[in-house]
Write a protein that binds this ligand. Structure first.
Ligand SMILES: NC(=O)c1ccc[n+]([C@@H]2O[C@H](COP(=O)([O-])OP(=O)(O)OC[C@H]3O[C@@H](n4cnc5c(N)ncnc54)[C@H](OP(=O)(O)O)[C@@H]3O)[C@@H](O)[C@H]2O)c1
Length: 250
């Protein structure tokens, strides 16, 4: 084995990152590849962006594939796992990153908004995690992207989104208990305000969000990805909530 191989913590592992075409998911796919993992990413509309991520992973010497799979569709949420295994041979790491943010006052949120947010942010995570757990070997890792709004709601407008992300905390802890005896871990990362298309650091609501963090700024997708990748290599962390939020919850 070469020195380069032994230095990479995830060499020989394969990962599936849902919503890996942009933002936190794309940054995570690249960091996983830098640590030696082969990576599948899902997308819905961003085919070209997802293919850019594939090329960037391949440029690091790893295998990659972009899969169109809507996390809000029950069949596609589960079949993304099957497709990742078909392309990469096995699945060691699942990053449940795909998510949608529908914010606004209570009265502005329609039943269709509620259904869509719960379908993508909750049901999709459940179904993808279940499909992954069915094929993961010992040492498997399930890492879910939650939100700082599950820890603290510093302003109005986040009811639906925070409700959906809070469900993932319960899922993560129960998954940790159910899968622990198979040596599979489940953890959740709570990003604070993070500069992406979903929540640009110079958007109309940015200043207020930065102000409620202890560090007074947005995080970067790369900063969140660092913790996700750490959890992908961590054997004795499970059922944990890890905030990467600049002190939003402090
Ligand atoms: N940014 C923040 O401040 C922040 C804070 C806390 C938590 N989060 C969470 O972090 C995660 C990533 O957010 P982000 O800021 O990186 O978002 P983003 O920049 O909007 O990127 C979202 C990614 O998810 C994909 N996606 C969206 N809907 C999908 C669906 N139904 N099925 C599969 N993929 C889907 C998108 O694919 P396409 O390119 O095909 O659209 C894209 O790759 C989300 O779960 C979000 O809730 C973000």
């Amino acid at each position: 084995m070469t020195t380069q191989m032994t230095e990479k913590t995830l060499f020989g592992r394969t990962a599936l990152v849902t919503g890996g075409s942009r933002g936190i998911g794309a940054a995570t796919a690249l960091r996983l590849a830098q640590e030696g993992a082969d990576v599948a990413v899902t997308y819905v509309n961003g085919k070209e962006a997802a293919e850019d991520v594939v090329r960037a992973v391949e440029a690091l010497g790893r295998r990659a594939v972009a899969l169109r799979a809507d996390a809000g569709d029950p069949e596609e949420a589960a079949s993304a796992v099957t497709a990742a295994v078909r392309h990469l041979g096995r699945l060691d790491v699942l990053v449940n990153n795909a998510g949608v943010g529908v914010m606004g006052p209570l009265e502005s949120l329609s039943p269709a908004d509620v259904d869509r947010v719960l379908a993508v942010n909750v049901r999709g995570v459940f179904l993808t995690s279940r499909a992954a757990a069915a094929v993961m070997p010992r040492g498997g890792r399930i890492i879910t992207v939650g939100s700082c709004l599950t820890q603290r709601a510093p302003g109005a407008g986040g009811t639906l989104y925070a409700m959906s992300k809070a469900a993932l905390v319960g899922l993560t802890k129960a998954l940790a208990r159910e899968l622990g005896e198979r040596g599979i871990t489940a953890n959740i990362v709570h990003p604070g305000p993070t500069d992406t298309d979903m929540n640009p650091a110079h958007g109309p609501y940015a200043a207020g969000q930065a102000a409620v963090t202890a560090l007074g700024r947005f995080g970067t997708a790369r900063e969140v990805a660092e913790t996700i990748v750490h959890l992908a290599g961590a054997a004795y962390m499970t059922g944990a909530e890890v905030a990467v939020d600049g002190g939003h919850a402090a």
